[in-house]
Design a protein around this ligand. Structure first.
Ligand code: 13P
Ligand code: ZN
Length: 286
């Protein structure tokens, strides 16, 4: 290996960006990906770091449990479709300071730029997910998933309603996200308000839908986070097709609550009881 792109974590990160592009989730600069690096990965990448790191930049947010961490991030305004072609100009590695409130670029974005505009949101959500998963969570991924976005125009913007619709759209969904999916009402992207609202949901969910915007997921590794995004978006696609076919009326047959409980039992996963016990499916249809 004679450059940073031979380091496995960089290869995997770049591949995930490409996989999202192949799914059609990243028009223009839409979407962003951040990864909290392991110590050994930082050590592997360090020989390729800039001789002079960038200036410290205050984030306007602070997290005690992310002091001194290193993140790989997509650049703000950069196209994910260019990540594979020109990674050194599309992505960066940032170091967090000892106060946990500023970053500096130590590698990448060679033509200038800064981490994603959603970095403060990713950062605060990394902090929450690191805490609630005992350090296991390392990936935060945001994509403009068309069918999830479409559903936010037609379903009530409630976590219980979206989760039940998605669980009931394909048999194994409840195994992939047994805790459910949060829903954030429409907010301006990149601001403190959407960061806070998403953090509140990420205390209990590992995915949050942003109304009229897209999906925000977390996971311990690239495959798991990508798989969660993919599964939720595919369920939303099936739901959209079925709702369009019935004109929003209840379909002829559905996965029942009892079916969901049976899947949970046989697959050994605990489904979110609050969502299972949510009054009825009346909110799901016209
Ligand atoms: P960035 O280009 O700053 O990452 O913004 C893209 C996006 O999807 C904002 O929500
Ligand atoms: Zn976005």
């Amino acid at each position: 290996m004679n450059n940073i792109f031979g380091v496995k974590v960089m290869e995997d990160y770049i591949r995930m960006c490409h996989d999202g592009v192949r799914q059609g989730w990243h028009e223009r600069n839409g979407g962003n990906l951040t990864y909290r690096m392991k110590e050994e990965e930082v050590a592997e990448c360090r020989p390729y770091f800039k001789r002079e790191p960038g200036q410290w930049v205050k984030m306007g947010v602070k997290a005690e449990n992310l002091k001194g961490e290193y993140f790989i991030s997509t650049g703000s305004g950069k196209f994910l479709q260019n990540v594979g072609l020109e990674p050194q100009n599309s992505i960066c590695i940032v170091e967090i300071n000892e106060a946990g409130d500023s970053y500096r670029i130590v590698w990448g974005l060679e033509n200038g730029g800064r981490p994603t505009s959603e970095f403060p949101t990713h950062f605060m959500n990394h902090s929450v997910r690191k805490r609630v998963t005992g350090g296991a969570n390392r990936v935060i991924y945001h994509a403009h998933t068309p069918y999830v976005i479409a559903l936010t125009y037609v379903l009530p913007l409630k976590s219980e309603v979206f989760t039940r619709m998605l669980w009931k759209s394909a048999t194994e969904c409840c195994v992939v996200f047994p805790g459910g999916v949060g829903v954030v009402p429409w907010m301006v992207p990149g601001g403190a308000q959407i960061a806070k609202a998403t953090c509140a949901l990420m205390e209990k969910y590992d995915a949050a839908i942003w109304a009229f915007h897209g999906l925000f997921v977390s996971g311990p590794d690239f495959d798991t986070a990508f798989g969660l995004m993919h599964t939720i978006e595919k369920a939303a696609q099936i739901a959209s097709i079925a709702l369009a076919a019935t004109g929003g009326k209840p379909p002829r047959q559905v996965i029942t609550d009892e079916n969901l409980r049976d899947i949970g039992r046989d697959f050994g996963v605990t489904l979110n009881e609050e969502i299972l016990n949510y009054a009825s499916d009346d909110d799901l249809y016209c």
